[in-house]
Design a protein around this ligand. Structure first.
Ligand SMILES: Nc1ncnc2c1ncn2[C@@H]1O[C@H](COP(=O)(O)OP(=O)(O)O)[C@@H](O)[C@H]1O
Ligand SMILES: [Mg+2]
Length: 251
């Protein structure tokens, strides 16, 4: 159901594309963001640089207010930088037209948020289908439903398909959000404190699912977290402080 990305394929294409490195999923170059607020300017991000390889699971760690969500929102093109660039698959995304950015975001990036962000008036299954409805992918309604149910099955909550999200536990709701993030088979998954609203045990279970997506399905994952223990289980941790990269640690 989730297409495996083949390592061999990546290697084979190296010689075909000398201008862009095909093993790089994501590159952030001098990324800066200034918010204008009533109290004055807030320099949320100051010239952030880093590269994330395809299939890598990277954690972003830093104190509250250090710019982590702002950074993730730029990577996912939910907001525009004041200065600097984000490259996804070698494409300078903010050089694209708005509708192209929206399309790229919908098909290449899956989002998971701390507060799940599910639509409570509809079913779990419909929530999972939403990205596909927006982008008109996965064919007809029946095909779409089948794909949603398959993903829910892999994540162990197929039996909740007809339930409303509010009748589920926090851990189950986050699984629904993960299922939704996978609906359009994105190459990059961005998760902003996905375990932040969960107790330790449930948080660990949700993290293990993300780890599975990384190891088994080779998704590129960027996860913001406050949890050092979880961060240590990712491939690499990028520490953010006052809008700057403080250090990078390979785990
Ligand atoms: N829309 C906004 N308008 C003004 N300031 C903002 C906005 N979003 C974030 N900020 C400010 O930018 C800084 C970084 O915020 P944020 O990225 O949310 O940090 P984190 O996710 O690390 O807690 C903070 O000082 C915050 O108050
Ligand atoms: Mg945040």
């Amino acid at each position: 159901m989730l297409d495996h990305n083949s390592r061999r394929e990546n290697r084979a294409s190296v010689n075909n594309q000398p201008s862009t490195n095909p093993s790089i999923a994501l590159k952030v170059e001098k990324l800066s963001k200034v918010f204008e607020s009533a109290a004055g300017k807030v320099f949320a991000l100051k010239q952030i640089n880093f590269t994330i390889n395809k299939g890598e699971f990277v954690s972003i760690i830093g104190p509250s207010g250090s710019g982590k969500s702002t950074l993730l929102n730029m990577i996912g093109a939910l907001d525009r930088p004041t200065f600097g660039k984000v490259f996804i698959g070698g494409v300078d995304i903010f050089s694209l037209k708005d509708h192209e950015i929206a399309s790229m975001r919908n098909t290449m990036i899956g989002f998971i948020f701390q507060s799940f962000n599910l639509i409570n008036r509809t079913t779990v299954q419909k929530n999972v289908e939403i990205p596909s409805i927006i982008s008109c992918t996965s064919g007809e309604g029946k095909e779409r439903t089948q794909r949603a149910l398959k993903i829910l099955d892999v994540l162990g909550i197929k039996d909740k398909a007809k339930f409303k999200p509010t009748s589920l536990s926090g851990g189950q709701q986050q699984r629904v959000a993960i299922a939704r993030s996978l609906m359009n088979n994105p190459t990059i998954i961005l998760a902003d404190e996905p375990t932040g609203n969960l107790d330790t045990k449930t948080g660990n279970e949700v993290f293990d699912l993300l780890k599975l997506l990384s190891t088994k399905f080779r998704r590129t994952i960027v996860m913001v977290t406050h949890n050092d223990e979880l961060a240590e289980k990712t491939d690499r941790s990028i520490y953010i402080r006052d809008g700057r990269v403080e250090k990078e640690v390979t785990n």
